[in-house]
Design a protein around this ligand. Structure first.
Ligand SMILES: Nc1ncnc2c1ncn2[C@@H]1O[C@H](COP(=O)(O)OP(=O)(O)OP(=O)(O)O)[C@@H](O)[C@H]1O
Ligand SMILES: [Mg+2]
Length: 337
């Protein structure tokens, strides 16, 4: 039995737009027939641009939204018809969730949620000690939640979710707002949870994180799955032998024409910055070398400042399938680490 089976899942939202009294009904299709399955013990990531339908998908799986059509089963249990069973098998963490009591301490919060989950006192205390030590939060165990930083609060939200030791964990942008060390710790935690045989579905805008962590990745765009595979297979699928990334002072239309004439069949992507232009060249065929690129630049009056040759990354896959590098979150320290 699969941990999660999603079959042709769909969600439409009815909204009203326009001026008062002349509002028009509009249907937004947030999730447009999504199907995938996750095995027990797998870490599966959903990637996609803002508004792609990731959170909506997670909410339907978490029994927080009713699908317009399609089905989803958690260990064989239907998320609509067997909502109570499904909720016992899994836990969900949504971004910016304000589910902690700000006037209670960290431990008081966790004890309260332990009793809500129906856990025994002894078990709850042991779990609290484990989780607090895992996140290195010993010093804050008796602090009021309102006195914690965003990242510290996120650790407590995650501890709360992990208290009952759930079989399936849904994490929507779990490392948002965490510092690089905390994010790394969290990835370790996610891996150790997986190694205990638990199943994790997460969303992230950090390509590095998805690559490092996921057994498989689905890129979702405009409510549909654009591609789904292991990170390595996805990187192979974009059919690029290598990626040349360069930074030049300028890049004129004449440069682009010269490039196309010299390297037919290879794509070049331009990202103008304030004082430079970043070039990303997906080398698909022929002999695109740094030397030949430099001479083209020279002839069209551009100077190459930096250049590097890479293997295709998950970010390149993302761009290939969604067509937008700008949708990626700004590079954080941990991504470049
Ligand atoms: N309650 C709602 N009512 C109307 N439209 C909604 C509602 N919730 C989401 N949407 C729309 O559905 C689409 C998908 O939203 P969703 O939150 O699932 O995207 P996402 O992939 O999680 O994006 P992000 O990366 O920004 O978190 C968007 O166009 C959004 O505006
Ligand atoms: Mg979202």
């Amino acid at each position: 039995m699969r941990a999660l089976e999603v079959d042709n899942l769909r969600k439409e939202f009815e909204t009203k737009t326009g001026p008062l009294f002349r509002k028009k009904r509009e249907t937004i299709t947030a999730v447009d027939g999504v199907s995938f399955a996750i095995d027990r013990g797998e870490i599966f990531s959903l990637l996609g641009p803002n508004g792609a339908g990731k959170t909506t998908t997670i909410k339907m799986l978490a029994t927080l939204l009713i699908p317009t059509a399609g089905t989803a089963r958690v260990f064989g249990h239907d998320v609509v018809r067997e909502e109570a069973t499904v909720r016992r098998l899994m836990t969900t963490v949504l971004p910016g969730e304000r589910t902690l009591f700000w006037k209670l301490t960290v431990k008081e919060n966790l004890r309260y949620f332990g009793s809500l989950y129906g856990l025994t006192k002894a078990y709850t205390e042991r779990r609290i000690a484990e989780l607090i030590s895992f996140f290195g939060m010993e010093e804050k165990a008796n602090a009021l939640v309102e006195r914690l930083s965003t990242g510290q609060r996120q650790k407590i939200v995650l501890s709360r979710a992990l208290l009952p030791d759930p079989q399936l964990i849904l994490l929507d942008e779990p490392t948002l707002g965490l510092d690089p060390n905390a994010a790394r710790q969290l990835r370790e935690l996610i891996r150790s949870v997986r190694d205990q045989g638990k199943t994790v579905l997460l969303t992230t805008h950090y390509m590095y994180e998805a690559d490092e962590l996921s057994d498989r990745v689905a890129i979702i765009n405009k409510g549909r799955i654009a591609c789904l595979d292991t990170p390595d297979q996805l990187k192979r699928s974009i059919n690029a032998q290598k990626i040349i990334r360069a930074e030049t002072d300028v890049w004129t239309p004449a440069c682009s024409s010269a490039f196309e004439a010299a390297f037919p069949g290879n794509s070049i992507e331009l990202e103008p910055d304030r004082e430079s232009v970043r070039l990303t060249i997906m080398v698909r065929s022929g002999d695109v070398t740094i030397g030949r690129l430099a001479s083209i630049a020279l002839e069209c009056g551009a100077t190459i400042r930096t250049v590097q040759v890479d293997e295709p990354s998950l970010e390149d896959v993302f761009v290939a399938f969604t067509g937008d590098r700008a949708e990626l979150e700004g590079e954080s320290d941990e991504q470049s680490a």
